[in-house]
Design a protein around this ligand. Sequence first.
Ligand SMILES: C[S@@+](CC[C@H](N)C(=O)[O-])C[C@H]1O[C@@H](n2cnc3c(N)ncnc32)[C@H](O)[C@@H]1O
Length: 247
Amino acid sequence: MRRRKIKGADEKLLSYKHYIVNGMIDQKLPEDESNDSKSLFDNRVAVENEIYNTLIDNYRGNWNNIFKNNNPIHIEVGTGRGQFITTLAEQNPNINYIALEIKEEVLLRAVEKADDLKLSNIAFIWGNVEFFDLYFSDKELSRIYINFCDPWPKKRCAKRRLTYSSFLELYRKKLNDNGDINFKTDNKDLFEFSLNEISSNDWMLRNISLDLANSDFKENITTEYEDKFMNLGQAIYRLEAIDIRRK
Ligand SMILES: C[S@@+](CC[C@H](N)C(=O)[O-])C[C@H]1O[C@@H](n2cnc3c(N)ncnc32)[C@H](O)[C@@H]1O
């Protein structure tokens, strides 16, 4: 199944060759999509083609060579228009950032921000979080940011939530021994789900905030969605998680 592309945005995006990695791998879905017992990730199979081979040969396990340093790598999943990750990249030149986003129209805005700021410590994957395993080798990442991901409120869609157990297992593999997950949302139900899912899958929760604007966490960098919700007076929830199986 491939997403329909909007002509123009994808070509423009791919023209930023120094920033962008095309991770839009063709994928197969199983014939019976109603199999709820399996995660979405388990159900999808990447079709091996030129993009797949380039990812495996040139990017997976090679990110520090691409950044030309051994600095830690932090990734934001579902980066949207990129305010958060480009601000972090500007403020922290000794960290490498990767932004992963599926929609070319919004990712283009994020890449343009990085280009305007002439950032050299950031890369962008136009891709799908379900193929995280093909983008990174094990222990290649130091931090995973998940900001305001889609809540998928229906129970039967729980496996699509980015804090569902199968995603947590994927993150566990890709984080190194000092790695952590930083998660923010405006959605109380998603936050409650995430607290339960994360803690029941051998992660330790820390720095939990139920109202980020009025918390002790002063170094917060906001995302576009966060600004929108905060302007509406909504509380923002935040947590950090570290893997307790790793030692
Ligand atoms: C609600 S928006 C939040 C954007 C940004 N993080 C923010 O806080 O402003 C969720 C983003 O995740 C992206 N997204 C959804 N599913 C994705 C997937 N499977 N892989 C990568 N990105 C995805 C969407 O395209 C969208 O830009």
